[in-house]
Design a protein around this ligand. Structure first.
Ligand code: NAP
Length: 254
């Protein structure tokens, strides 16, 4: 267990008001970390903060829109100020709220999804860079997706943004490795959250969506907790620049 112990560490998690981000924030707290919680919805952040405190750790609630560069800079400064320092940065906020073939795609939709799923992480990493590099310590976890490593029909902006996030992960891993800052991507497969309730909650679409998943089921958000704690902790101390795929085997044959 000590390999995964985060006692004395602090974390910054975006998209912490629900879904995978909430699970990761609470798991980091249960492993010993104090956590700054970032999202737009204060009620959801308050619920996550309750769970973090129940684990005996400090929760700093920071309402912010990660697509707003100034808001991100303020959030990062607040987290460092309130927690003293930050060791673990989880860029989890993201998602896709429409499906369209590329021919029918509205270009403002493309730009919105790139900003939410890629540029937001650029803002966070850029704001944290001096802090992490000057301290010569840190683990950055970018929550990408299997759509970033394969084709993403009907969700091309989302897939391109996640592929870009994996590229950013690899480049920062190389640029920051000598300063002891590790950067990895966590790539979930189909995970039942509010993001895709319209699919898994549907008797036809639910099973059809995961028909080519060898494990023959949707992931629960909680199944992203272990990989995230692993990437945050010394258990992965020689692991950087990787895209860790957690998809029930879906991409094995792609
Ligand atoms: N679920 C899946 O199948 C799946 C698969 C692969 C990858 N992922 C990725 O995993 C991550 C989490 O997804 P999820 O399934 O947990 O989705 P979710 O349940 O919809 O949660 C998304 C989180 O992101 C936050 N968020 C959205 N826009 C934001 C903004 N502009 N500023 C700040 N926070 C924002 C939301 O909080 P507020 O609305 O309160 O701001 C919420 O906390 C995403 O990056 C997603 O792309 C999910």
């Amino acid at each position: 267990m000590s390999l995964f112990d985060l006692t004395g560490k602090t974390a910054f998690v975006t998209g912490a008001s629900r879904g995978i981000g909430r699970v990761i924030a609470v798991a980091l707290a249960q492993a010993g970390a104090d956590v700054a919680l970032v999202a737009r919805t204060t009620e959801g952040l308050a619920d996550t903060a309750t769970d973090v405190k129940a684990a005996g750790r400090e929760a700093v609630v920071i309402p912010a829109d990660v697509t707003d560069q100034r808001a991100v800079a303020r959030a990062v400064a607040t987290a460092i100020g309130r927690l003293g320092h930050v060791d673990i940065v989880v860029n989890n906020a993201g998602g896709s709220n429409f499906m369209a073939g590329f021919r029918d795609l509205r270009l403002d939709g493309w730009e919105k999804l790139m900003r939410l799923n890629l540029t937001s992480a650029v803002y966070v990493c850029h704001a944290f860079a001096p802090h992490l590099l000057d301290r010569r310590s840190g683990s950055v976890i970018n929550v990408a997706s299997i759509t970033g490593v394969a084709a993403a029909p009907l969700i091309s902006p989302y897939g391109a943004a996640k592929a870009g996030l994996i590229s950013l992960t690899k480049t920062l891993a190389v640029e920051w490795a000598a300063d002891n800052v590790r950067v990895n991507a966590l790539c979930p497969g189909w995970t039942a959250t509010d993001l895709n309730r319209n699919l898994w909650d549907d008797q036809v679409a639910g099973p059809a969506t995961i028909a080519n998943v060898p494990m023959k089921r949707w992931a629960a958000a909680g199944e992203m907790a272990g990989p995230a704690v692993f990437l945050a902790s010394d258990a992965s101390s020689y692991l950087t620049g990787q895209a860790i795929i957690v998809d029930g085997g879906q991409t094995i044959n792609t």
